[in-house]
Design a protein around this ligand. Structure first.
Ligand code: CP
Length: 309
């Protein structure tokens, strides 16, 4: 008898207990080997309809949710706002009500406004998954990051994870800052003062990268989000790289076997040295992508169980 998952939606990390998170990670594990098979076919979501509502650009999250749904047998429909009546001024809620009337069984929502998936969930007749909202949260990214750490480091409890770069605008940091302490990891936030959050939520903050990554087990670099910046970081991107870019030389300050992560997309040569990002012995960036499909299969499976029973 599978453990019940006591949540209708996956909108953020706050409502999840450590047991809920570990349950989702355990559910995701088998889908990694499944994804390495030649035939990637499971029919447990056959007959169910999955809507992906991506109001903001995405490569990894959109495509992996689509692949995840199709590998589970769902009928997957992607809503493209650029070619929709959103362009005529139709509101988010009217769009959500309209699509909900087509009776989807699960919806995945990405939006540049924080709180948009929560608004959709209030009117939806099915589970809603947050695919990233504004500067708020990206819960499936944090789950796939945790799965990647667990697989590469053998544990999460007791790890020191330095999250570095543009923390203020990062929904990836927003979810990881909540999830990792629930599993017993210590989180440090590292970045220029203008890119650190007003409320660090108990995490230690550092404005010096060398100091912030010292002896860290995991160094998670974040993208400089020029599209979300209201204030400019002083200096050029080259200046930023000189002070806050992760290089092989800098990584020597972290633990000897420190793992490098990045949610993507990367600004090579800005927040991370390209050769380091491509080094499979030090970097887990492509593992994160692979594990993302597995996590999203687990999330789609678990959230639709009640509808399938
Ligand atoms: N990590 C992430 O959310 O990437 P995308 O914007 O490509 O989905």
């Amino acid at each position: 008898m599978p453990r019940p998952f006591p949540h209708r939606h996956l909108l953020g990390i706050d409502p999840l207990s450590a047991e809920d998170i570990l349950f989702l990670l355990d559910e995701a594990e088998p889908w990694i080997d499944f994804g390495r098979q030649a035939r990637k076919e499971d029919r447990r979501l056959a007959g169910l309809t999955q809507f992906n509502l991506f109001f903001e650009n995405s490569t990894r999250t959109l495509f992996s949710f689509e692949v995840a749904g199709k590998r589970l047998g769902a009928q997957v429909a992607n809503f493209h706002p650029g070619g929709s009546s959103v362009r005529k001024g139709e509101s988010l809620i009217d769009t959500a009500l309209t699509l909900n009337a087509m009776r989807p069984d699960v919806m995945v929502v990405r939006h540049n406004e924080s709180g948009a998936p929560q608004q959709v969930a209030e009117v939806a007749g099915c589970p809603v998954v947050n695919g990233g909202d504004g500067t708020n949260e990206h819960p499936t990214q944090a789950l796939l990051d945790a799965l990647t750490m667990r697989r590469r480091k053998g544990r999460i409890e007791g790890l020191t994870v330095a999250i570095c770069g543009d923390i203020r605008h990062s929904r990836v940091a927003g979810s990881n800052r909540k999830l990792l302490p629930k599993l017993g990891a210590e989180v440090r936030l590292v970045g220029p003062p203008a890119l650190l959050p007003d409320d660090a939520g108990g995490a230690a903050t550092f404005t010096d990268l060398d100091e912030g990554i010292k002896d860290a087990d995991v160094v998670m670099m974040l993208r400089i989000q020029r599209e979300r910046m209201e204030e400019s970081v002083s200096g050029t991107l080259a200046d930023f790289h000189a002070r806050y870019g992760l290089t092989y030389a800098r990584l020597d300050r972290a633990a000897p076997d420190a793992l490098v992560m990045h949610p993507g997309p990367m600004n090579r040569g800005v927040e991370i040295e390209g050769a380091l990002a491509d080094d499979p012995d030090r970097s887990a960036i492509l593992d994160q992508v692979e594990n993302g499909v597995a996590v999203r299969m687990a999330v789609l499976d678990v959230l639709t169980r009640a509808r399938r029973e």
